[in-house]
Write a protein that binds this ligand. Structure first.
Ligand code: ZN
Length: 220
């Protein structure tokens, strides 16, 4: 079944799933755990709409391509076109807040990095962007108070505060919109805190955003 964005009341978002724009190394502790420099401007990459799947459905990982890591991230659903926007204008484009797994074939990514090649083969495969249902965005939401948590088989693997992001939501959306227009149905993945690691068949995952979004899933 083709993926479409949904809200937590299961209503379908009226725009087709577009692209996912992702930011690498937006949490200092995660940049350090992979031995990367802390960036001075956001490191951006994309996943196509064909990578999107519903997070609550059993996750299918690529086979024979080495370790596939979980990166739990806050996801923003875009509801209005955004081009060359100032940071303070950018919040108006957010329609929903949710959770994503930026699934990453880590060994393949390391090989690509060494060769100086783009990361798509490690990041953009079918199923590489599981998305939770979205909570309707409240313009008064203070992102810095939100926490992200991923538990794997009952053990907390990743835990972070969105307040620790190196680039705030407003600055990130503004920066992105100066490189690529964001359109309704696009999603922005805001980076992952430390604790990334490999997934295995049969894993049970619990992903949480603050106290308002909770998704359980399994790895096929
Ligand atoms: Zn990521």
């Amino acid at each position: 079944m083709r993926y479409s964005h949904r809200f937590v009341d299961h209503t379908e978002f009226p725009h087709a799933a577009g692209k996912a724009v992702c930011v690498g190394r937006n949490y200092a502790d995660h940049a350090k755990e992979l031995g990367n420099e802390i960036p001075t401007s956001p490191l951006l990459f994309m996943k196509p709409g064909t990578a999107m799947v519903a997070m609550a459905e059993p996750l299918a990982l690529p086979e024979g391509l080495g370790a596939c890591h979980h990166e739990l991230e806050m996801a923003l659903l875009i509801g209005q076109p955004l081009s060359r926007a100032a940071p303070k204008e950018s919040r108006a484009a957010i329609a929903g807040v949710g959770l994503a797994l930026d699934l990453t074939l880590r060994e393949l990514q390391d090989e690509l990095k060494k060769k100086g090649q783009p990361w798509e083969r490690a990041k953009a495969f079918d199923g590489a962007c599981p998305l939770a249902e979205f909570v309707v965005f409240d313009q008064a939401l203070d992102f810095s108070l939100l926490t992200l948590r991923l538990s794997r088989n009952g053990i907390v693997q990743q835990q972070g505060s969105c307040g620790d992001m190196l680039f705030s939501v407003e600055n990130l959306l503004s920066e992105i919109s100066h490189s690529f227009s964001l359109m309704p149905g696009d999603v922005v993945l805001t980076g992952t805190p430390a604790g990334v690691g490999p997934l295995s068949s049969g894993d049970h995952l619990l992903a949480e955003l603050g106290d308002f979004l909770r998704v359980e899933t399994v790895v096929r």
